[in-house]
Design a protein around this ligand. Structure first.
Ligand code: SF4
Length: 552
């Protein structure tokens, strides 16, 4: 599509001449209630109270600082009460929006989910989550309808098979994005799996890293498709080949979206596999020590990078945290091939991996359990989740590919999705999210079905991505979509207030279609009612196909 994108936008730095809550500069005096509750008691400590008190005494026994604060350190958020429309989101008190059930997030950190793990994930959904299960764009599984009484049993089942909810939310090192084809793709530059394993084993749940200014997102890939959205993570390690030192990683820091989006920047260093854990620890420690804590709206690493710039950031990393200089290194080559891995592909060992597309990440307990059975039946190794709300079945012998593809289709997880099913993502939205203004998952699902019908036979030779958000936050990465939709209440032709979207156009991350990432721009005044969304996307798609210039 025509790019109306720009690079990073300038972020206003925090005010000078007063404490901005940087521990290494200003000391540790908490400057707001959020910092105060974290200083009072580490979020990780709430687990013991959940297991011994709250699961026994029930929801009403949970005090506010734990319920709305520390529970996040174990992946738990209260969910939205059903039946409250988006027009009321801003006017009601938070407790009036809140149900007595939780969203629970399970992190996968790029690991392969075995058939047994898939069945455990599915069983938890069926037994405790009313069959709910969503694949998030950070390779998490998210449940809803979780009662506090069932949380200890859920942890027991997860941890028995090597899964966890530790620091899945909160001001912590959040779930790691790892290449879905790590270790198996024939064209891989370097396998990031050992690095992710060392870091998560060593530092996940470490109290020294569990009181960060805000969340800290990590992405690591060695695949030339650049498949972990590295431009919008706090730290990314991207596979490169150094002319003298061989394969390793290029280091990016300070990317994040939300209401003040900024793309990550390269520090220009080469990171060997052996150095990668220490470099990750150095960067997260810089964030802990120098990150701004006065205002949560300026607490992400991107604000510090905006003030320091990459040269100073590198210097502090090398001198204060690593105690040595890192070699200069090359930038990653332009993205090669689509990073969603949809379809059937050969592995380097002669077997196959198969990428499949649930609709906007929505699956269920039954689907996850059945997927485990299917993978086992065809002799596959397991499943990885992707950064696009999709999944990839790994290690399938050639003899099992046809049965797998047919079985995926039966489960509603097609390996040959339509273009819009393949490229559409949606955040949780009003169904469960307390911040939401509009519905997202059902709306996007209906739009995909409409477009499949209306555009049947129209050849879409390049992907057009559609990302649907339920509010001004950016959980579905609206600024990095060709068509990004930000939920709001708008006015229809009859003058009524109705759910709708502000349109952003022309965003995208590095891909075979565009050399570098760019942030989409708001199209001023362009607001679409949810009911008109399919019309709008159809119109803009047809216009693009008819009017684009050569190479566009
Ligand atoms: Fe909730 Fe808004 Fe995030 Fe969607 S973008 S999940 S509505 S906070």
């Amino acid at each position: 599509m025509t790019s109306v994108a720009s690079g990073s936008r300038a972020l206003r730095p925090p005010r000078t001449g007063r404490s901005n809550g940087q521990w290494a500069v200003d000391g540790r005096e908490p400057l707001n209630p959020n910092e105060a509750f974290k200083a009072e008691d580490n979020g990780l400590n709430v687990r013991e109270r959940i297991e011994t008190i709250y699961a026994r005494d029930g929801f009403d026994a949970i005090p506010g600082d734990d319920l709305h604060g520390r529970f996040r350190w174990w992946g738990l958020y209260t969910q939205r009460k059903p039946g409250i429309d988006g027009g009321q989101t801003a006017s009601l008190e938070p407790h009036e929006l809140e149900d007595k059930f939780f969203m629970l997030r399970v992190r996968t950190d790029g690991q392969v989910l075995s058939p047994t793990q898939l069945r455990v994930l599915g069983g938890i959904s069926t037994d405790f989550a009313r069959e709910s299960a969503d694949i998030s764009d950070r390779q998490n599984i998210q449940y809803h309808w979780i009662a506090i009484e069932s949380v200890p049993e859920i942890w027991r089942r997860l941890e028995e098979v090597g899964l966890q909810t530790t620091e899945a939310c909160g001001d912590t090192p959040r779930a790691f994005l790892g290449s879905p084809v790590a270790g198996i793709a024939a064209d891989e530059i370097i396998d990031p799996t050992p690095v992710i394993r060392v870091i998560t084993d060593r530092w996940l749940g470490d109290p020294e890293l569990s009181n960060l200014p805000r969340k800290f997102k990590t992405a690591i890939t060695g695949h030339p498709s650049l498949d972990v959205v590295h431009e919008i993570n706090d730290i990314s390690l991207v596979g490169v080949v150094h002319p003298e030192l061989g394969p390793g990683f290029d280091l990016w820091v300070g990317g994040a979206l939300s209401t003040a989006p900024r793309l990550a920047e390269r520090l220009g260093v080469f990171v060997s596999e052996a150095d990668a854990p220490d470099v990750w620890h150095g960067v997260i420690s810089i964030f802990r020590d120098y990150g701004y804590r006065r205002m949560r709206t300026k607490a992400r690493l991107k604000f510090l990078l905006a003030e320091w710039g990459p040269v100073k950031f590198r210097e502090i990393l090398e001198t204060e945290y690593l105690g040595r200089a890192l070699p200069d290194g090359p930038a990653p080559a332009p993205a090669k091939g689509p990073g969603d891995h949809v379809g059937v592909h050969p592995q380097k060992d002669g077997r196959f991996y198969v990428g499949a597309a649930p609709v906007v990440g929505r699956v269920s307990g039954t689907i996850l359990s059945s997927l485990g059975d299917l993978v086992e039946r065809v002799g596959g190794d397991g499943v990885r989740l992707t950064a696009h709300q999709k999944l990839v079945v790994l290690g399938v012998p050639e003899s099992g590919v046809a049965e797998l593809v047919a079985g995926l289709e039966d489960l509603g997880l097609t390996a040959t999705p339509s273009p819009f099913r393949r490229t559409t993502m949606a955040c949780t939205g009003i169904e469960f999210c307390k911040l939401a203004i509009v519905d997202t998952k059902d709306t996007a699902t209906a739009v995909i079905a409409e477009l499949e019908e209306r555009l049947a036979g129209v050849e879409l030779d390049i992907p057009i991505s559609l990302h649907v958000n339920g509010c001004p936050n950016s959980c579905a990465r609206i600024q990095t979509a060709d068509i990004g939709l930000k939920g709001l209440i708008t006015t229809n032709d009859a003058g009524e207030n109705v759910p709708g979207f502000q349109v952003h156009l022309g965003g995208g991350l590095a891909s075979p279609e565009r050399d570098e990432a760019g942030l989409g721009r708001t199209v001023r005044g362009l607001k679409i009612a949810s009911t008109d969304l399919a019309d709008y996307v159809e119109r803009i798609t047809r216009r693009f196909l008819a009017q684009r210039t050569a190479g566009e």
